[in-house]
Design a protein around this ligand. Structure first.
Ligand SMILES: Nc1ncnc2c1ncn2[C@@H]1O[C@H](COP(=O)(O)OP(=O)(O)OP(=O)(O)O)[C@@H](O)[C@H]1O
Ligand SMILES: [Mg+2]
Length: 265
């Protein structure tokens, strides 16, 4: 039987999620799901709640009510590490790389190769193997850094972002989430990240992609979900919707402003 994306079971799902920061109702009954083989773009103006939703989904932040379903089961990841161990890799907007470590250490953070035998049991790391694999992976992903043994703090913002994207793509087995992965990137590196997004999707691993760049969103997305003031206000099909539709839904200035924005009030 041919299964289309729409009929596949979601890998990760938010159901009626609410999240407050003091008086700020940052997420209001948010529903979102991603299925194997799709790029879901999550868009919205500054402060709409995109990063909060990602943080809630991946165990960075607790939530007040609602449910997260992963592979059909309710979950509450206790930390980003917990989410990573379940195959969910995230490039966080605030770049959760370790700036004082080099690219090799960042890529293998928490997944270090140990040497064989007693030294390995004592915690000795197989640095040669990790260096070699880092070199291979970065070359395969066409991510360029001047020296994989230089601390990331000495690299440019774009180079650091490249390492964060490479790490996510390398290790994800279930979902890749990228929160503004191209914000610091030039034209060529942005094209590389967009290409990686579709490559990951084509292996069957869904991608949640957050960006303010509408041409980029329309280039890679299979589905676009719009958040405004903590609420999902629209879902758009990039094949039929226009950039104007997307901007209108984000700002509430067009036809999407009526009706859908009042849902749940
Ligand atoms: N740690 C926090 N403490 C208090 N308020 C927060 C915190 N994080 C986010 N908020 C508030 O929650 C709302 C949603 O913020 P969030 O960072 O999720 O927006 P966003 O859609 O990711 O915006 P951007 O496009 O600017 O990244 C905003 O009103 C923000 O001020
Ligand atoms: Mg954000």
């Amino acid at each position: 039987m041919v299964s289309t994306v729409a009929t596949r079971a979601p890998v990760l799902e938010a159901r009626n999620i609410n999240k407050h920061f003091g008086p700020v109702h940052a997420l209001k009954d948010v529903n979102l799901s991603v299925r194997p083989g799709e790029v879901l773009a999550l868009i919205g103006d500054n402060g709409a709640g995109k990063s909060t939703l990602i943080n809630v989904l991946t165990g960075v932040l607790p939530f007040d009510s609602g449910e997260i379903i992963f592979d059909g089961q309710p979950v509450r990841f206790s930390s980003p590490q917990d989410a990573r161990e379940h195959g969910i890799e995230t490039v966080y907007q605030d770049l959760a790389v370790a700036p004082h470590l080099d690219a090799v250490a960042n890529i293998f953070l928490g997944r270090e190769h140990r040497t064989g035998g007693l030294p390995g049991a004592l915690g000795f790391l197989d640095n040669d193997r990790m260096r070699k694999e880092t070199d291979e992976q970065l070359a395969r992903l066409r991510v360029r850094v001047p020296d994989i043994e230089r601390r990331l703090v000495t690299l440019s913002g774009g180079q650091r972002q490249g390492v964060a994207v490479a790490r996510a793509v390398m290790w994800a087995s279930k979902v890749v989430i990228m929160d503004e992965p191209t914000a610091a990137l030039g034209v060529a590196q942005t094209a590389m990240v967009l290409d990686l997004v579709t490559q990951v999707r084509d292996t069957g691993i869904p991608v949640i992609f957050i960006s303010h760049n509408m041409p980029n969103v329309f280039q890679v997305a299979d589905r676009i979900v719009v958040l405004r003031l903590g609420e999902v206000v629209a879902e758009l099909d990039p094949k039929t919707a226009s950039i104007e539709d997307a901007v209108g839904a984000m700002t509430g200035s067009m036809r999407f402003a009526r009706g859908e924005a009042n849902q749940g009030e």
